[in-house]
Write a protein that binds this ligand. Structure first.
Ligand code: ARG
Length: 262
């Protein structure tokens, strides 16, 4: 009898965990907490980076500030390496992931995404006098990427010799110190980081003009969080339609490509 009760209790426990674990986040969860907890890797200007006071700022922070205003909750930003953002969201530790995250079919298997709000592409960064001038020149070369990114996936797929770094700044440093021949990173971030570096150190780095991919950026949730994603999608659609998102890009002097423009 005792064994039977234990068995029933265990089954109930497993069932309730399965429901709870697979149910995702709801708007009510966020309202109850009074905040939207956002996982981000702020090494990705102009989307999220640290300003001179070490505050996290950027395009995605501006967008999420407006989203939180609409939802009537606080924006709670949690900083981490990029390769911890999606796992943290997928396990429900954080409500939303914001890190210039590209929507890919692989990620969609374990993640729920909002509507995309812009398009981006992978770009090649090299030292000024490099012999590498286009994608074809990368064959047989050592390429730096950030761990867990679509740049890593793309470069591995292309068969390059890949060196992965947890922080974007380390990938940049590997190129500067000659450890690698090129650095592959999303175009707008490449442009910003190179502009900043060259402004302080003279013309050292060059972003090649060839776009290697076309990737929509969106915000990420734990699977099953439709109840939370829906109201956020509504706000995003409004901000896309009324030009607010394009204005935010302009504020950061970043060229804007709308998601449906491919
Ligand atoms: N868009 C790329 C991806 O989704 C890179 C994102 C890197 N983000 C960051 N905050 N470092 O994989």
């Amino acid at each position: 009898m005792k064994k039977l009760i234990a068995l029933i209790l265990t089954t109930l426990l497993v069932l309730s965990c399965l429901t709870a674990c697979s149910s995702g986040k709801t708007l009510a969860d966020i309202e109850k907490a009074g905040k939207l907890t956002v996982a981000t890797s702020p090494d990705f200007p102009p989307f999220e980076y640290l300003d001179e006071n070490s505050a996290v700022v950027g395009i995605e922070i501006d967008i999420l500030t407006l989203v939180c205003e609409e939802l009537g909750v606080e924006l709670d930003i949690q900083q981490m390496d990029f390769d911890s953002v999606l796992p943290g969201v997928q396990t429900g530790k954080y409500d939303l992931g914001a890190s210039g995250i590209s929507v890919t079919p692989d990620r969609e298997e374990n993640t729920l995404f909002t509507v995309p709000y812009c398009m981006a592409a992978q770009a090649i960064v090299v030292l000024k006098d490099s012999a590498i001038t286009c994608k074809a020149d990368l064959d047989g070369k050592i390429v730096a990427v950030q761990t867990g990114t679509t740049a890593e996936e793309f470069c591995m797929g292309a068969g390059y010799d890949v060196n992965a770094y947890t922080a974007n700044t380390d990938a940049q440093q590997a190129l500067l110190s000659g450890k690698v021949d090129a650095w592959v990173i999303d175009d707008l971030t490449a442009a910003d980081m190179v502009k900043l570096y060259n402004a302080e150190n003279g013309e050292t780095l060059v972003v090649l003009s060839e776009a290697m991919t076309s990737e929509p950026y969106a915000f990420a949730f734990m699977k099953g969080s439709e109840d939370l994603a829906e109201p956020i999608n509504e706000v995003l659609k409004k901000l896309l339609d009324d030009g607010t998102i394009a204005d935010i890009f302009a504020k950061y002097e970043a060229p804007y490509t709308a998601p449906n423009a491919g």
